[in-house]
Design a protein around this ligand. Structure first.
Ligand SMILES: [Fe+2]
Ligand SMILES: [Fe+2]
Length: 181
């Protein structure tokens, strides 16, 4: 499989685990218990500074190639690209709301922003994984993949890559506890 598609699928798996952790925090704060705004802030830092900066532009690159080969996919791709812009804006808002919150005092906008971001990103990844990713696998030629892979900037993933940045280590611990439950 092409490197770019492998990386995109891997990103989706990683982001799903982060969304599960975020949902747990949402349920905790909705129950009125103390939650972990520092964890949410770290996760949102990763999503806005790594996924929004590398994952979505790589997809945009691949989608541009898919639409050339299969114009029938234009509507889905237009929707997905608009969602990239919306998710980036909502992600920045959520990052700000999380960092302005305290464990026993969520900022007023946090619960609603969190709920809609989790649902929006899950729906977005589901749409990509069920429509354009499988289409790309079928429709793109080896030369297309070679061309895409040559344009694909190898970016070091600061959370799920071989070297975890200090600021993100706490996230992996939480994900580890989550997977043991
Ligand atoms: Fe996307
Ligand atoms: Fe994606």
């Amino acid at each position: 499989m092409a490197t770019i598609l492998e990386q995109l699928n891997q990103d989706h798996g990683n982001v799903s685990r982060l969304l599960d952790a975020m949902e747990l925090q949402l349920r905790t704060l909705q129950s009125g218990a103390a939650f972990d705004p520092a964890l949410l802030t770290r996760i949102m830092r990763y999503l806005t500074q790594y996924q929004d900066v590398y994952h979505h532009p790589r997809e945009d690159l691949m989608f541009a190639c898919v639409v050339l080969r299969a114009p029938v996919a234009a509507n889905d791709i237009e929707t997905i690209e608009a969602e990239h812009r919306t998710l980036a804006t909502h992600g920045r808002d959520l990052h700000a709301a999380a960092s302005a919150s305290k464990p026993d005092e969520p900022s007023a906008t946090l619960p609603q922003l969190l709920e809609s971001y989790i649902a929006g990103l899950r729906d977005h990844m589901r749409l990509e994984s069920s429509t354009v990713f499988p289409l790309a696998r079928v429709i793109l030629a080896d030369t297309d993949w070679d061309e895409l892979d040559s344009q694909f900037e190898v970016a070091r993933d600061p959370l799920f890559g071989p070297q975890v940045e200090q600021a993100y280590r706490g996230i992996l611990e939480v994900l580890g506890q989550q997977s043991r439950k």
